[in-house]
Design a protein around this ligand. Sequence first.
Ligand SMILES: NC(=O)c1ccc[n+]([C@@H]2O[C@H](COP(=O)([O-])OP(=O)(O)OC[C@H]3O[C@@H](n4cnc5c(N)ncnc54)[C@H](O)[C@@H]3O)[C@@H](O)[C@H]2O)c1
Ligand SMILES: [Zn+2]
Length: 355
Amino acid sequence: MSEAMLEIESHKGRYQVLLDDSPFVLDPSDVPAHYVVDRRVAELYPGPLQPVLQSDSVLLIDASEHAKSLERFPAYVDHLVERKLRRGHRMVAIGGGIVQDITCFLASTMLRGVPWEFYPTTLLAQADSCIGSKSSINSGKTKNILGTFTPPTRIRISMAVLDTLEDVDVRSGIGEMLKVHAIEDPAEFDKLAADYDRLTTDKAVLARYVRRSLEFKQKLIEIDEFDQGPRNVMNYGHSFGHAIEAVTDFGVPHGIAVTLGMDLANFFSWRRGIGAEAHYRRMSPALRKNYAGFERTPIDLDGLLGALSRDKKNTSTGVRVILPDGDGRIGIHHEVADDAFRAICGEFLAEARTA
Ligand SMILES: NC(=O)c1ccc[n+]([C@@H]2O[C@H](COP(=O)([O-])OP(=O)(O)OC[C@H]3O[C@@H](n4cnc5c(N)ncnc54)[C@H](O)[C@@H]3O)[C@@H](O)[C@H]2O)c1
Ligand SMILES: [Zn+2]
C-alpha cells in the first residue's frame, strides 16, 4: 500500500513524498533509469532490489564521507557517460544522505540537469534530508562546500528498511528530528523527548514523528527554498556539529554531531547571556541520551575553533551561530571567536564528559 504523505512546493514544481508499506516500489516508466545505490543496502535487500540490480546502469556506492568528495566524481561521471546518460533519462538514488548528495549533485550538473528520484533508506534521510532540494559534497578537507538546490521529482519512503540500520545511524536520524522539533517549538521538542524510547520500539510512533519532522521542515523550505533567511535556523546545532565532525575526522556521525552541537549551542547561549540555564537543562537530558557514547570522543579545542571559523556560513565580522533565546526560540547570532568563546566551549566539553 502507498499513501501520499506530503506534497512539497519547489522552484522545479511540486513533488510528492509517498509512504510505502513495502520497500523499493518501482513506478512503471519507459524513461531509462540510472540507479545510484548504497552497496550495503544492495547487499541487505537483494530480493526487493533485484530489478534494480539487474538493470543496465547501476552505480554502487560505499557510503562514507569520502564517497561524496569531489575527488571521486570523475569515476561517477565516467560511469554515467559509459551508460549513455541522456537529458531525457532519470537518475534514481537508493540509500541515505551520502547517496542522496552524490546523486543530487550529479543529476543537477550532468548535461546541465537530469531529473532524479529518491528512495531514502536511513532515518536521517527519511525524516530530514530527503526534502529541501540541497546537495552538498566535500572537496579536500572541506565538508559540504559544493552544492546545488535541485529537488527530486518523487520520494518514496518505506520504514520497513529501517530495521537493518545500526543503532548509531538510528540515533543520527533522531538527532535531526530533535533539531527540527526544537526549532518548531520547545513544547514539540518536549513531546518527542518524552516519546524517545518508543521511537525504537513502535514503528507507528516513529512514523508519526517522521511525518511531523517533514511537515515542520516543509514550512521553512517552502518560504525560503534557497536558504536566504528564515530557513537558516535549520542550521541549529550544525555550526558546532560540522566543526565536531571535522575535528574527529567524521568519527561522530552527522546527526549525533548535530545533537552534541545543539547541547553546546544551548550551553553557549546561556553562558553568553542570550539564552537561559533552564532551557539548556530542559533539553540536555534527551540530547545526552542521543549522543551517549560519543561524549568522550576526544575533541581538540583549537581544532574545533579553527573549524568553526572556516564555516561557509560565517560573515566577515564573526562566527555565525544559531542559538536559542531564553524561551528556546531559535535565532541567528554573530559571535566573535575570542578567548571567552573558546573557554565556554572548553567548559561544555568538560561538563559533557563528566555527566
Ligand atoms: N543534502 C541534504 O540536505 C543533507 C541534509 C542532512 C545531511 N546530509 C548529509 O547526509 C550524510 C549523512 O546521511 P546518513 O546519515 O543518511 O548517512 P549515510 O548515507 O552515510 O548512511 C549511514 C550508514 O547506513 C548505511 N545504510 C543506509 N541505509 C541502510 C539500511 N536501510 N540498512 C542498513 N544500513 C543502511 C550506509 O551504508 C551507511 O553505512 C552526511 O554526509 C550529511 O552531510 C545532507
Ligand atoms: Zn544535518
